[in-house]
Every structure is written in C-alpha cells, then in structure tokens.
Write a protein of this length. Structure first.
Length: 102
C-alpha cells in the first residue's frame, strides 16, 4: 500500500520532514507522496509518521496501490540499499503475478 494526500491538505508542512523515505514533496498545489518511495514507514516505524502528525487527517491509503507488508518491506530494503527487490515484490507492486515454475 502507498499513502496519498487528499485535497483536504492545508499545506501545513509537518508531513514532509517526518517521511524517512523522502517520499513527500510539494506538488503544484498541495503536498504529494511518491508511491514508489512510500513504504508506510515499514522498516522504520510501527505506523506511518505522516499520518501521525497530520492535523487534518488527509493521508489515507491509496486505493489503487494496495500492497502487502512484504512488498513494503522489499521496497524499504531496496530504498535503503540493503538488497534489490525480488521478482515477487516487483510483480506485486505492479499488480501482476509472477509465473511459477512447473
């Protein structure tokens, strides 16, 4: 799963510095979250830090980017340069399935 910031954002600037993956940046009008960098803080914290600090509760789970904890952890490990993502993690992030050998 990746998070996203809705148009209810008031540009208060508290979420951006809390993101350990640098996934949050200022967009054309409001802050945005790069779904390819968002791990929902998996690997760093028990809960998404941006959600914890948001005063208007405008950071829900992005419905078109539902990902398992394993995918989020694989992304964390890739972002931290601990290991490359697995084929399963890449496929899951793309919404596809990995062909299994017979």
């Amino acid at each position: 799963m990746a998070l996203w910031i809705t148009d209810e954002c008031i540009n208060c600037d508290v979420c951006e510095p809390e993101c350990p993956n640098q996934a949050i940046s200022m967009g054309p009008e409001i802050y945005i979250i790069d779904p390819d960098r968002c791990t929902e803080c998996v690997g760093h914290f028990d809960a998404p830090q941006c959600v914890q600090v948001c005063p208007v509760d405008c950071i829900p789970i992005r419905p078109d980017r539902l990902e398992s904890r394993e995918v989020l952890m694989a992304r964390y490990r890739w972002l931290m340069r601990l290991e490359p993502p697995t084929a399963e993690a890449i496929a899951a992030a793309a919404g596809a399935s990995v062909p299994q050998p017979d």
